[in-house]
Design a protein around this ligand. Structure first.
Ligand code: COA
Length: 143
């Protein structure tokens, strides 16, 4: 992902996360850290951006920062392809484990993460602004 992608990215961000979308400034801040500690990708269908995902990596740990797919393209393999790329990049950077947080009320994303081998390791009570808990998940990458 580059700065030129931001208009498309922010449209997807606001449509996907209407109550807690990142600001464009936050997204720019993430891109400014590429490639040092961040790796952001976009997914294209017929040359149009339909999704994006980003990872942070430092020392031997990584975090999935965000992932979103336009609603019309969800369930078609786009998110899985991006998640697989983030896991590859985390391994390339010698991360031994990768973490993420997901809303307790997002069973679809939790199912996708479990499908990719993430395991629940804890709960952050009332982590989100509306009082919803965050489920913390981890996948070990070594071996
Ligand atoms: C979560 C999200 C990124 C997943 O992307 P997607 O494109 O819909 O997912 P895919 O179709 O690529 O599915 C990925 C894999 O998970 C599997 N999967 C999908 N839903 C699943 C579920 N509920 N339980 C278990 N596995 C599931 C799929 O079968 C697929 O596996 P395969 O590649 O082996 O066939 C997407 O649905 C999305 O943007 N949702 C809204 C935003 C969001 O919730 N983001 C995450 C915030 S933490």
């Amino acid at each position: 992902m580059t700065e030129g992608d931001l208009p498309a990215i922010m449209a997807i961000e606001r449509a996907t996360f209407p109550y807690d979308a990142w600001s464009e400034g936050m997204m720019r801040g993430e891109l400014a850290e590429q490639p040092r500690t961040r790796h952001y990708v976009v997914a294209l269908v017929d040359e149009v951006i339909v999704g994006y995902a980003g990872m942070a990596a430092a020392a031997d740990q990584a975090d999935v920062q965000t992932i979103a797919v336009l609603q019309a393209h969800q369930g078609t393999g786009v998110g899985g392809a991006m998640l697989a790329e983030l896991l590859r990049e985390a391994r390339r950077r010698c991360a031994r484990e990768i973490f993420l947080e997901v809303r307790d009320d997002n069973p679809r994303a939790r199912g996708v993460y479990e499908h990719f081998g993430f395991e629940e390791i804890g709960i952050r009570r009332r982590y989100y602004d509306d009082g919803t808990d965050a489920i913390m998940m981890r996948k070990k990458l070594d071996g």
